[in-house]
Design a protein around this ligand. Sequence first.
Ligand SMILES: Cc1ncc(COP(=O)(O)O)c(C=O)c1O
Length: 476
Amino acid sequence: MSKAKYQQIIDDILLQIQEGKLESGMKLPTQRSLASQYNVNRSTVIQALEILHSYGTIESKPRKGMFITDNKWNTYLNDNIQWQSYISHSTTKNNQYFIQRINELEFKPQLQRLSTGELNPNLIPNSKFQKILSECSIESLNSNYEYPLGNLKLREAIVNHVQQWGIQCTVDQVCITSGALQGLKLIADGLLVPKSDIIIETPSYINSIRTWHNIRAKLKALPISTIKKNINHIFNNSNHFRHSLFYTIPTCHNPTQNNYTNTERMKIVQQCQQQGIPIVEDDVYGELYFHHQRPQPLKSLDKNDNILYLGSLSKTVSPGLRIGWIIGKTSVISHLADLKMQNDYGASSISQFIAAQWLANPQYHHQHIQNLKEKLLIKRDQFLQSLNKYFNQLGSWDIPTGSFYIWFNLYRTIDMKQLFDLAVQHNILINPGEIYSVDAKQAIRFSYAYIEIDKIDHSLKILSELIIKLQNIDCE
Ligand SMILES: Cc1ncc(COP(=O)(O)O)c(C=O)c1O
């Protein structure tokens, strides 16, 4: 006779402790998640948890949930080092709940990714990379460590590349990083202190990573609408901004797709200059502005080396190359390059080589970007058409003028975690807006960059049905 279901749950949790998969201090999933994981009713989960509680194996913390205790029984079951105690005392915090789940789920091939901020593999020029490597001479290929600032040819190519948008710099003002993300990390490590006041737009990509949250500096969130409304006095309370910095994505903003107008750009640069607030301009999407001329980077308006400019090949060419760059004042750049050496001794030199050949050959890059924008536009239009078909009554969105994203706001409240789980059960993956702002609980960041064009309509239809279902449940 098979064991009762509650006993199977108890056995499984004890086995996980024995195998070291669950350690003292770790939080158990919610009752609802456990019920769906073990395919049982919530009452069965409650029964199992009560018994584990009576053993002293788990404990309940008010408003936090159930945790594995550090009692002798658990230590007896698992005689290993209590790694959880090391993890929970680390100053670096793990990703937020949704991001951790998305990072795992993205690798399940059956899931349709309605929100992924990455190009579909068929938009990445792998054949060109192969050509670059097969045609290069052995002597030109360096696979040793590179200069602290990065491969010289690549830096020269970047100096020329950014010049087309009016950014004037020299090779010693450019530091190659392992993606723009590492640039953000270097800035956090090298320029910010716990007492910094960091001003960020909200919602923002920066909230989806913990890079700046880890240094325990204060993050002052300014809604983009407030910045635009108060464009003549953005930093009114500047006295409060000690050791401050303003992080902005002025072009094809992630997730909202905001673009500041030229006047707004000038005012932002002027006011930061007047208030002595350095700007970190994240421009990883600017090149994917669909219309003929992209908005000017803030950096091209910078006369005083007040701006640190971040670029990357991740969104335009390939995220796996892990090639990004920071452009700024020479002394700051050499400081950040020194930290970079402490971090990883440089981005992959093979990637830097490929990137140098790629960017030094404007024909490759230019043709690729034109082609990419055309394909993204076709996908965007398909996405918008399906949104119009299924989501018109459910919420609102703006038409993106570049890059990947559509910021969708629901008219009526639903439990976004429930929608996320339900969508996964129907093989659909979404990025809830909460990832980008605590105030965006009713938003979803869509992306047309990854999903195959012929999967967009069906996936959006299913998602709209799930939203309606949840709204109806809420009304009952
Ligand atoms: C605004 C923004 N900045 C930086 C990054 C990180 O890019 P990279 O892959 O170059 O590290 C991303 C990636 O999603 C992003 O959206």
